[in-house]
Design a protein around this ligand. Structure first.
Ligand code: XIL
Length: 418
């Protein structure tokens, strides 16, 4: 693998070349795992029953439970059953993530960018495995309205069209955020800032009206102390700005489910989690049209709540009458100790636990992975990788050849254990 440059990708404008990790490391692991590693999800379950050694950390894939009333109808994914298999009715694991998630009545999403669309495999694998799509960058303010009044919807429209062609829902991301915000917005304050904010929200939500299932209306408003973050120009408007953004979005697209989205709010006792809780509680109590709470779940394996703790947090927010989604899941392995094989086994365990926390909460409606294959991840760039320590982080479910990793199996198991 060489240094790849994807023109038009916002993440590379400021960052330069992509981080290159040693692919022979991953290939060596693949060789060790032999054909098991290269099997599809259904194959994984089957392969274990025909002699591949099964990682010790996980139980066999459980039989699918009864779908709850109103759950999405599972896709017909059953593989051909041989006579001996039909005698012993071992349930087939679904071949795709979307089929697995549907068994749990959940959506499974992926963050995509049109800057990767030249690669046909990218589109193929995304459409096959995911039934929800979040634009990784192309609906952010700097992409949509780079200059005052100059709206550019082309890339967003292209992602929406791709989603429509492939039966995927779209999570709009994001209307009001302090990052990837053009300098001309940051230069404003007071009533002027509020005016451009409301114009941006209205124009963007109206453009995509009827096409977006969920909007992350406001992203990352609070800091690690739980207060409105100091490095956002919007904070000076007081928490009312959040309420106003939600109201404007609702007027422009009344059928979209409106979300507040944030990171590092997963641990129940965390001051930041408490700050986010108080903010959305106030919105709810004020009659603001907020429908859901997005937990980014950018896992830091050096310090992270357990699945049970995360479930408690989800339940606390759900009790306010909010839907829950995991909106930006990735599990970087760089700082996990051990061999690559051990790192990937631990990644599988963590992935299963995180998705399991969503599956355990009835109103958690979906899980989105923040990228498709490891090479597409923001944590594979020199700009962002260091925030999770030493790489390579290999944080997603597919390797650079689009082969499912052990974490893929962890995800499938999480959806089936319900
Ligand atoms: C990241 C993208 O993945 C990068 O390509 C970009 O350079 C920076 O933003 N929280 C969010 C996402 O809500 O929008 C961020 O996405 C990751 C953290």
């Amino acid at each position: 693998m060489g240094v790849q440059v994807f023109s038009g990708c916002p993440r590379h404008r400021s960052g330069g070349a992509r981080m290159v990790y040693d692919p022979t490391m991953a290939r060596g692991f693949e060789r060790k795992m032999g054909s098991c590693f290269r099997l599809s999800a259904a194959g994984v379950a089957l392969a274990f029953s025909v002699g591949c050694s099964k990682p010790s950390t996980s139980p066999p894939v459980a039989p699918p439970p009864e779908a709850p009333a109103g759950a999405a109808v599972p896709e017909p994914e059953s593989a051909t059953v041989s006579p001996s298999e039909s005698e012993a009715p071992t349930p087939q694991a679904p071949e795709t993530l979307r089929a697995a998630a549907a068994r749990a009545g959940r959506k499974i999403g992926v963050a995509l960018g049109t800057y990767f669309f030249d690669d046909p495999q990218y589109k193929e694998v995304a459409a096959r495995h995911f039934d929800s799509l979040t634009p990784e960058n192309e609906m952010k303010w700097e992409s949509i309205q780079p200059e005052p009044g100059k709206f550019t919807f082309e890339a967003g429209d292209k992602l929406v069209a791709f989603a429509e062609q492939n039966g995927m829902r779209v999570r709009g991301h994001t209307l009001v955020w302090h990052n990837q915000l053009p300098a001309w917005v940051k230069a404003r304050s007071g009533a002027e800032l509020e005016k451009v904010m409301l114009e941006h929200v209205r124009t963007t939500a109206a453009h995509f009206r009827g096409k977006i299932a969920q909007w992350d209306v406001v992203n990352e408003a609070v800091d690690e102390t739980g207060a409105l973050r100091k490095n956002s120009p919007f904070s000076a408007l007081g928490r009312e700005y959040v309420a106003k953004a939600f109201r404007a979005a609702h007027e422009a697209d009344p059928n979209a489910r409106l979300y507040y989205n944030d990171y590092d709010i997963e641990a129940p006792s965390d001051p930041k989690s408490e700050g986010a809780y108080q903010l959305v509680k106030w919105l709810k109590e004020s009659g603001v049209p907020i429908h859901g709470m997005g937990f980014q779940v950018h896992v830091d394996p050096r310090k992270w709540p357990t699945g049970a703790e995360m479930q408690r947090t989800f339940e606390r927010f759900a009790a306010l009458g909010l839907e829950i989604e995991i909106t930006e899941l990735d599990v970087p392995v760089g700082e996990i100790p051990g061999t690559l094989e051990q790192k990937l086994a631990e990644q599988r365990r963590i992935t299963k636990e995180m998705i399991g926390a969503c599956v355990a909460v009835p109103t958690c409606t979906g899980v989105t992975l923040w990228g498709l294959a490891d090479k597409h991840s923001w944590l594979s760039t020199p700009e962002w990788a260091p925030r999770r320590g030493k790489g390579p982080h290999l944080p997603l479910l597919f390797d650079d050849d689009y082969q499912p990793k052990p974490a893929f199996t962890g995800a499938v198991e999480a959806f089936l254990q319900r």
